[in-house]
Design a protein around this ligand. Structure first.
Ligand code: PBG
Length: 333
């Protein structure tokens, strides 16, 4: 688009439009509403609420508390909740054997939340890392993360989640081919309405740090200390386009960029290239940074939260997965 020639100063004074709250509201290009938010939530196997040390203000919720939170989300106008499991370390193993357990904390939480507030969409992470004792998202053999055997496990896990009533499955593992495999398994099992939100452009990031604490995920072991063989290199954009193109072709309904704020250029680019519902994940480290600086009085926390959430919308995101969701929705209400 070409911008028509601008009148020269002083005929044009852009500050005229900024002179008062009413003018600023009138020309505002982007608005944030509770409908833009997906509440990122950690559930645990025990009772009550347990604070997460590295994420002040975030608590792991029991199944009963998660059900109450679903009601709260409905009342706040938050359309969906993404749940992540904290699993007792003693029950983990190298294969992540209990990832598809139909009596696990995730399917129990999904059922309780859907019973309590059926109007709220529930999204489940499809990935093995909360359940493996090595902390990787895949089956490990001889120091390698095996792609295809991992997909088989993800299908079991995803079908179990759909069976429990999950509305959106969100494969976050970054194995090749998992969206297509999941889609055909869902169709084959009669779950034609189950949505897939692919973690399509997910980067190997330092910003997931506090999440490991939140879900109690194992420290990645020596020699396999990072996720760089499956998550993307933060330096890449073109590769994100290929990842996303593949996931769309394989049947993803929605795509996600993760982390969020350091990757707004990726959000914008994907929206422009693919015109798909595109979501940004404001991850645990982004939450922790804003919170820590706010608590120290180094930044105005409330303004920083709204500025960051608005920035995702401005970049073109259809919505934001965030730990700030209930707090922000409350303020917006
Ligand atoms: C696991 C998963 C991760 C997050 C969501 N799903 C961590 C990782 O990939 O290492 C991160 C969430 C956050 O940091 O808030 N596959």
């Amino acid at each position: 688009m070409t911008i028509p020639p601008l009148a020269p100063y002083p005929a044009l004074r852009l500050r005229r439009l900024r002179q008062a709250d009413w003018t600023r509201r009138l020309v505002r290009e982007t608005t944030l509403t509770p409908s833009d938010l997906i509440w990122s939530m950690v559930v645990h196997e025990g009772e009550g609420k347990i604070p997460v040390a590295s994420m002040p203000g975030v608590e792991r919720l029991s199944v009963a508390e998660a059900a109450k939170a679903a009601v709260r989300a409905r009342d706040l106008g938050i359309p969906a909740i993404a749940i992540f499991p904290h699993i007792d370390g003693a029950r983990k193993d190298a294969a992540g054997s209990i990832a598809a357990d139909p009596d696990g904390v995730i399917p129990r939480a999904v059922k309780a939340m859907k019973d309590a507030a059926p109007e709220v969409g529930i999204m489940c992470d499809v990935a093995l890392d909360p359940f493996t004792d090595h902390g990787h998202d895949g089956v490990v053999e001889g120091g390698r993360i095996l792609n295809d055997p991992t997909i088989e496990r993800l299908i079991e896990q995803g079908l179990m989640q759909a069976e429990a009533g999950a509305d959106i499955l969100a494969p976050s593992d970054m194995m090749d081919g998992r969206v297509g495999a999941l889609r055909s398994a869902l169709e084959g099992a009669g779950f034609q309405d189950t949505l897939i939100m692919s973690y399509a452009a997910k980067y190997a990031s330092a910003f997931y740090g506090p999440y490991r604490d939140a879900i109690g995920s194992a420290k990645l072991s020596a020699g396999q200390g990072d996720k760089k063989t499956y998550q993307m290199d933060p330096a890449n954009t073109e590769e994100a386009l290929r990842e996303v193109a593949l996931d769309i072709a394989e049947g993803a309904d929605m795509i996600m960029v993760k982390p969020g704020m350091p990757y707004l250029d990726i959000v914008r680019r994907l929206v422009e290239e693919f015109r798909m519902p595109t979501y940004a994940f404001q991850v645990s480290g982004e939450y922790a940074m804003i919170k820590a600086a706010g608590m120290n009085g180094w930044i105005d926390e409330e303004r920083a939260i709204f500025e960051s959430l608005t920035a995702f919308k401005r970049a073109g995101a259809a919505g934001i997965i965030s730990y700030f969701a209930p707090w922000a929705a409350e303020k917006l209400g």
